[in-house]
Design a binder for this molecule. Sequence first.
Ligand code: URA
Length: 437
Amino acid sequence: MRVYDLIQKKKNGEELTPAELDFLVQGYTNGTIPDYQMSAFAMAVYFQSMTPAETAALTDAMARSGDTVDLSCFGDLSVDKHSTGGVGDKTTLIVAPLVASLGCKVAKMSGRGLGHTGGTVDKLESIPGYKTTLTGEEFLSQVSEIGVAVIGQSGNLAPADKKLYALRDVTATVDSIPLIASSIMSKKLAAGSHSIVLDVKFGSGAFMKTEEDAATLARAMVDIGTECGRNVTAVLTNMDIPLGCGIGNALEVAEAMQVLRGEGPDDLRRVSLVLAAHMVSLSLGITVDEAMVRVEDALDNGHAWNTFCRWITAQGGDPLVCQDPSRMKQSSIIREVRAPRSGYITHMNTEKIGEAAVVLGAGRARKEDDIDPAAGLRILKKTGDLVHEGDALAILHTEREDAFEDGAARYLDAIAFGEDAPAAMPLISRVIRAENK
Ligand code: URA
C-alpha cells in the first residue's frame, strides 16, 4: 500500500477500506507516515467527508492504536458518559454516583478544562485530597465495590488521536464532522465501557453552535459506536445558557452536591436526570421511562448522595467536604456585578461567560497555568429574567482586584438586554439512538 494512492483515492471522493484506514492510522502512530502526508489526508477528508463505514473504521483503528481498558469483568453494566464541552456543566459529578447507586458500573476517565469550557478532573481536584490518579487495580476494585471511580486520562489511550488532533489544530482541519466524531469516539471506545451516553451540546457556549450541526455530529458518533458493538445514545442539550448557576471548580462541586441532596437549580437537575436515565436504560436493559422512575427515586431517597460521599472518600477526598462544602478553598474577593440598565435578559453569550470565569482564575490561559479552585462566578439572573438597573446579576469570586474588573467587564459584555421577554428555549432538544435512523 502507498500513502500517496490513499490520499489520491480520498481526494477523488472514493471510499477507503478498513485495511487502508488501519494502514494510515498505524503508520502515522509509529512515525512511518509523516505529518505532511497525514495533513493532506485530513484535508481530503475535510472536503470529501467519509462514509459511516469509513468513519467507524478510522475510529476503530485509532482506538486500537494504544492502550485499551478492559472492563469485561463488569459484563454489560459498564457505562460511560461524555459531554462535548460546556460552561457550568457539572453533570458528571451528579450522574456518575446516581447511576452507580442503581448498580451500573462507572469506570470513567475525564479531561481537564479546555478554553472556556470546564473539565471534570479540575473540578474534582478542588476537593482536598482527591486523587485523580489510581493504579489499574485500585481503579477496578473501587468500581467493583462502590460502582464509580473517576480519574484523569492516563496511559497511552488512543495516541493516534492525540497526534492527529494536534496536526488538525494547525492545519485548519478540526471542524470536520467525521474527524471530530472519530476523535471523540476513539477515546471512548479505548476507555472500555459497553454503553455510552453522549451529551452533545449546542449554542453559544458549545463547540457546535447550531442544533443541526450538533445533531449531525451526534448521529455520526452514535453510528460509530453501534458499528463498533457498543450501546450508544446521544442527548442534545442547550448550551446557549450556562447549566446551573455555578461556574468554576469548587463552586460547581458545591452545586452538584446540592442537586444530589435534592436541592439546586432545576435545569441542572433535569439534564442530569435525563442523562442518568439513558445511562441506566442502556446499562440495565430497561426502558427509559422505567429508568427515569429509578433515577428520580435514587436522587430523592439519598442513595445517590450516599454513593457520592463513599466515592469521594474512597478516592482520598476530605470526607468533611460532604458535610461542609466551605472546606473547599474560598476566594478572598466575592463581589456582585450589577445590571447597567433595566429590561429583560434576552441572551447570554455563554462562551464569553466561560471566558469571564477563566480570567477570574477558574481556567487556564496557557496549558501550563495553574487554576484557582475557588475562582469563578455564581449567576443570579438568567435569560428571560426581568431585571432593574442596579440589580445584582452575578457574584464573582477571585483573588485579584484586576481580575475582578476584567471578569466583570467580560460578564456584562456577555449579557444582552431588551424590552421584550425572549422566546423560551428547550433545555433538551432531542435524543438520537441507534434504532431511530
Ligand atoms: N474534542 C475531541 O476530543 N476531538 C475533536 O476533534 C474535537 C473535540
